[in-house]
Design a protein around this ligand. Structure first.
Ligand code: ADP
Ligand code: ADP
Ligand code: ZN
Ligand code: ZN
Length: 751
């Protein structure tokens, strides 16, 4: 092989999905961006061809025996793929992991912080695992390192404004004159007529938490030894420490209102043992440090000037700096990873790789700009450049013009989606793209137009004094009957304000988000939108047979695969492997069913049609309406039978939108609906939003895309920055007003 060829990943004759014999050379150790309309074939090149082949080659290094246990990657459909290096995919799958997985554990920063405490913490406690809430040596034993525990809900259990005689204790066992109440009264320890708020600290402690002791009391003329115990203490022992499920259903119901999950009272949510919590550096214990925003923590660590600590502190600040660099300075190390958004998860994964020492890796990113305000995008760009400068090849699927600008090389896939795509329409530099005349090139040249004639709202929905997470007593009105865009830098509080505070007051709103659709492996666009029902009826009446035949959930289904089209082969304790069904060859129906035709097509052939093809094929009014809705949201290229599980987050969001389009008088809430959309598809999305508003709906959109922001009737800009430096409304008004706002960062970018 020649020298120069080694400098490129070379792909010849690629044909995965819609690719039309694609050949291309991708420069190594450079940033290459793949762009083009949704469905044009970007993922088919980057994920289904390059990443898949790299994974397959990697697996070939293992012995036959081990390989039997690995998920099988079939050879991608291509003539040749040369010069690949190991591929690492950094995607937007959320970081699960439950409550034991935090930002600190996932980035490997917590172990270094623990090392720091074990070196220079005062007083010295022991080895670094003494500071780990995942280690029995370090965890708080009261809550097993969870930081949360079931406990008595004091506000519901005790009325401090009353005396014992007036019924200050609200717990079910302590009604005035009940057995337990009498024990408290007869013990002689407590003033029965004094309001609890007038009790001394010590008296209250005794009443609520006093340890059990035997006291002789007179009951019915007899002296008996009775145990007196603090009210809360007793309730806890009886109903919380023992499994309440062993009690009768009536008892469970009676005590449930008094029990709630809250911070563990022993560690106060810090998850660690008392010994670990007493160990401090510059006055802060490890839990306190982990609850600081990363931006602040870095300053605290820089002040540690003990020479023994210097190397550890240095490696700690280096890693923290990566988080700051990528715009995550507003997160805390103790943040549980399953509460991070998709975009935040991807950036956290990126940091892991930056700290690693791998070189000559091919990093593959899937729309890393998701969730990022234009202000934050340059930080992302710097990170991509750092990865490249360490000697790695960086491949990015991306639509954001500001990311496309930093590419060393751009591959534009198109010209359109599905069958009308699958070609490389441009390869080269950024100026070359602008001059290329492709859809992408043309859209990048178009200037933004600010909406001039904003609609008048029909009313307003008020949010008052919201304080959740970082919100600083936010009061804001959301206008009804118009298109409102909520924007602001990452971490400023947009999701908290809309998805949590607003939606908790308006549960009737229609939420169009990016979570997965479809409950079963059998769901597809046709079943999800209801098109399948109409199609089955049409097949049945055309052939005078029962419509049940045309459902792959029933009689008509291939018996070998039960209508799945694939057969799962289980492998011991690993992911099962999916193979096309040999009997129906993936068509999912019995052969007999396929002999029934509708205008010359079998049911399997109909399910293989794209939305666009189906629009040409069907005349049925209901079917056409539903297909048109799919087409309107930019999903022309998906096939009716494509399993919903193969759709991306952005595609899931648009399929939900398509099936919710016909309501009026509703509130629609959308979270970054431009995810996965090419610039040329955004016009369609705006048309849909406008149509929704024009038919009497209120549309609220969280979005960073400047084109969407400039088309809003009303903008709510959160900021000024992320985390504790955000949480305020910095601007409310129209697009033509925001560009004059001094405080709004968004306004500056719109200008
Ligand atoms: P992009 O990444 O540019 O949005 P894709 O490469 O995902 O486009 O898709 C290109 C075409 O291949 C589309 O028509 C899409 O519907 C089709 N396609 C992608 N993945 C699958 C799959 N797993 N099964 C069937 N068709 C698919
Ligand atoms: P945006 O949507 O503008 O990116 P968010 O509303 O997600 O911002 O976040 C605002 C602030 O609230 C950030 O400091 C973030 O870390 C914090 N936050 C968000 N969700 C949670 C959560 N589940 N637990 C703790 N803090 C959170
Ligand atoms: Zn605890
Ligand atoms: Zn089958």
């Amino acid at each position: 092989m020649s020298e120069t060829n080694q400098e490129y990943i070379v792909i010849s004759g690629a044909r995965e999905n819609n690719l039309k014999n694609v050949s291309l050379r991708i420069p190594k150790r450079k940033i290459t961006i793949f762009t083009g309309v949704s469905g044009s074939g970007k993922s088919s090149i980057v994920f289904d061809t390059i990443a898949s082949e790299s994974q397959r080659l990697l697996n070939e290094n293992f012995s036959m025996f081990v390989r039997n246990f690995l998920p099988r990657f079939p050879q991608p459909d291509a003539d040749a793929i040369e010069n690949l290096s190991m591929a690492v995919i950094v995607d937007q799958k959320r970081l699960g992991g439950g409550s034991h997985s935090t930002m600190g554990t996932i980035t490997d920063i917590s172990p270094i912080l623990r090392l720091l405490f074990s070196r220079v913490g005062q007083p010295f406690v022991g080895p670094s695992n003494m500071f780990s809430f995942n280690d029995p040596q370090g965890m708080c034993l009261e809550c097993n390192g969870l930081g949360r525990r079931l406990g008595v809900d004091m506000s519901k259990s005790i009325d401090m404004t009353k005396s014992l005689n007036e019924g200050a204790i609200l717990l079910p066992d302590y009604k005035v004159n009940s057995m337990d109440w009498n024990i408290i009264v007869e013990s002689g320890f407590f003033d029965l007529d004094k309001k609890l708020s007038d009790y001394s600290e010590e008296e209250l402690e005794q009443l609520l938490y006093g340890k059990a002791r035997k006291v002789q009391m007179q009951f019915g003329g007899k002296a008996i030894n009775i145990t007196v115990e603090g009210v809360i203490e007793k309730f806890t022992n009886k109903y919380i420490k023992q499994d309440v499920k062993t009690k009768s259903e009536r008892t469970q119901q009676a005590v449930a209102p008094f029990i709630s999950e809250g911070a563990c009272s022993s560690c106060r949510g810090a998850r660690l043992s008392q010994a670990a919590l007493h160990c401090k550096i510059n006055g802060l214990n490890i839990a306190e440090m982990s609850s600081l925003e990363v931006g602040q923590l870095i300053r605290v660590i820089r002040e540690v000037d003990d020479p023994i600590a210097a190397p550890v502190a240095k490696s700690l600040t280096e890693r923290l700096q990566h988080l700051v660099d990528i715009g995550l300075d507003y997160l805390t190390l103790d943040r549980e990873t399953d509460t991070l958004s998709g975009g935040e998860s991807q950036r956290v994964k990126m940091v892991k790789h930056l700290s690693g020492s791998l070189v000559d890796v091919t990093y593959i990113f899937d729309e890393p700009s998701v969730g990022l305000h234009p202000r934050d995008v340059h930080q992302l760009n710097e990170l991509l450049q750092k990865l490249r400068d360490k000697g790695n090849t960086v491949l990015v699927v991306e639509h954001d013009p500001d990311v496309i600008k930093v590419a060393d090389h751009i591959v534009d896939v198109g010209p359109h989606a599905g069958g009308r795509g699958g070609n490389i329409v441009f390869e080269g530099s950024y100026p070359g793209l602008l001059a290329s005349g492709t859809l992408t090139g043309n859209h990048m040249k178009r200037p933004l137009e600010l909406k001039q004639d904003s609609r008048q709202p029909s009313g307003k929905l008020a949010i008052k004094d919201a304080t959740l997470h970082n919100l600083h007593k936010v009061s804001v009105d959301i206008p009804t009957g118009v298109l409102t865009v909520v924007t602001g830098v990452a971490g400023s509080g947009k999701s908290t304000l809309i998805n949590e505070v607003f939606l908790s007051q308006h549960p009737d709103a229609i939420v169009i988000d990016q979570s997965a659709v479809g409950v079963s492996t059998r769901s597809n666009p046709a079943t999800y939108t209801g098109i399948m029902d109409d199609v089955r009826k049409a097949f049945a009446s055309a052939n005078k047979v029962n419509q049940g035949l045309f459902s792959f959930n029933s009689k008509g289904a291939c018996e070998n695969c039960q209508g799945l089209g694939v057969v799962y082969t289980d492998l011991a304790y690993l992911d099962s492997v999916k193979l096309p069904c040999e009997v129906c060859e993936g068509k999912r129906f019995k052969e007999e069913v396929l002999t029934y035709k509708l205008d010359g097509k079998s049911i399997a052939e109909v399910l293989e049609m794209t939305v666009e093809q189906a629009l040409e094929f069907f005349q049925l009014k209901e079917v056409v309406r539903k297909l048109q809705a799919l087409s309107d949201v930019g999903l022309n290229y998906i096939t009716l039978g494509q399993p919903l599980s193969t759709l991306s987050g952005g595609e899931c969001q648009r399929i939900k939108l398509a099936s919710e389009l016909h309501k009026n008088g509703s509130i629609y809430v959308m979270d970054e609906p431009t995810t996965g959309l090419h610039m040329s598809d955004i016009g369609h999305l705006l048309e849909i939003m406008n149509r929704l508003v024009d038919t009497g709906n209120t549309v609220i959109v969280i979005e960073h895309n400047l084109e969407v922001i400039s088309h809003a009737d009303w903008i709510i800009d959160m900021g000024p920055d992320g985390g504790s430096k955000g949480g305020q409304v910095v601007f409310e008004g129209t697009p033509t007003q925001i560009i004059h706002s001094e405080k709004s960062i968004t306004g500056k970018y719109l200008k």
